[in-house]
Design a protein around this ligand. Sequence first.
Ligand SMILES: Cc1cc2nc3c(=O)[nH]c(=O)nc-3n(C[C@H](O)[C@H](O)[C@H](O)COP(=O)(O)OP(=O)(O)OC[C@H]3O[C@@H](n4cnc5c(N)ncnc54)[C@H](O)[C@@H]3O)c2cc1C
Length: 366
Amino acid sequence: MHVEVAIIGGGIAGLSCAANLGSDVSAVVLEAEPTLGYHATGRSAALYTECYGSRTIHALTTASRTYLTELHPQTSTPRGLMFVAPSGDEEAIANLMVEFGPLVPSLLRLTPTDVEQSCGLFPTSLVAGGVYEKGARDIDVDALLSSFASTARVNGVTVMTSAPVTAIERSSGGWTVVTSDFQYTADVVVNAAGAWGDRIAAMAGVAPLGLIPLARSVFTCDPGQDPQAWPMIVDARERWYLKPEGPHLLGSGASEIPSEPMDARVDERDVALGIEKVTTASTLNIRSVKNTWAGLRTFAPDRIPVAGFDPDHPGFFWLVGQGGYGIMTSPALGALAGCLVRSLAIPEELSNCGVSVEDLDPLRLR
Ligand SMILES: Cc1cc2nc3c(=O)[nH]c(=O)nc-3n(C[C@H](O)[C@H](O)[C@H](O)COP(=O)(O)OP(=O)(O)OC[C@H]3O[C@@H](n4cnc5c(N)ncnc54)[C@H](O)[C@@H]3O)c2cc1C
């Protein structure tokens, strides 16, 4: 079978790209697992925040907002985000205001009393204060993934699960992509394989980018009170976070443990460390842990996503390195990738937000 574009990976990256190819491009998404979004995409904290990462991440995030709030409002709901600094660490709050204040004008500096009143876990004796981002949102990852998948299917893209790519070869004018059951020829291969990105490159004879998968364990617990109106709460130096999940709280020690690309398993010590961090920083009394899981956040060496054709291998397109922001940046990154794959200029809505093709180009890592 011949397609113009073969996308490897059925996570948020691959599907957001597939949704942006238009109806005049023949394409297939090949996902190794029986379900879409099984790896990093299905394991995130599902937050949208404009106070995270570098300026490039901020540009991609703000450029994604309209999709999440107006075009597909079922994909996100208001949450708010409160950064909290422990007693004595006023500097952490000042740093956040310096870094993100100019980018997010609605950012509010909170007194210890404001923090105490916002959720009851932080008496004034424990905190130096906080910073509040009203526009932060919960993302419904299933709804977002489904919105991309259904747009792709309506446009005629074939989405295949249980289709692990086992070999990629250069063929005349393009690529031959082999799965366990099928073989495709394609003009363009999109490498959206997350933690496996460098392995997919190796299969195709393309030099790796040095992607770094980092494991993080997460738990949910019963906070003993109703957290549903609380904001997401993040340590001002990102050492832990808590997020309401219905009647429960999701927590993490925000660890970054180097890992091979794999089906990430919970590290019990990592969960215990996370519980220790959140219970030391607050009055939270964790009676029982309801659920635990782990996922890989995969970064490029400079922690900026990679979207663009490999400089040495025409037709091999990288869409990797979304790290800890791949869900909230996916509308913009998918739109950008969809244009670049078709050799089109990126939409004005992206460049107006400061998204630049050069910032994301894999050439910077060679
Ligand atoms: C604990 C945690 C918290 C997070 N919190 C947030 C958050 O609050 N907000 C946010 O925006 N982001 C968050 N993230 C990051 C976000 O989840 C990732 O950036 C994003 O999911 C990456 O998507 P992806 O499609 O690149 O990777 P993946 O979802 O891993 O998809 C890659 C896919 O490629 C497939 N694949 C690999 N090899 C092959 C092959 N040979 N053949 C076919 N298919 C293959 C895999 O099976 C996989 O499904 C978090 C991540 C974690 C782990």
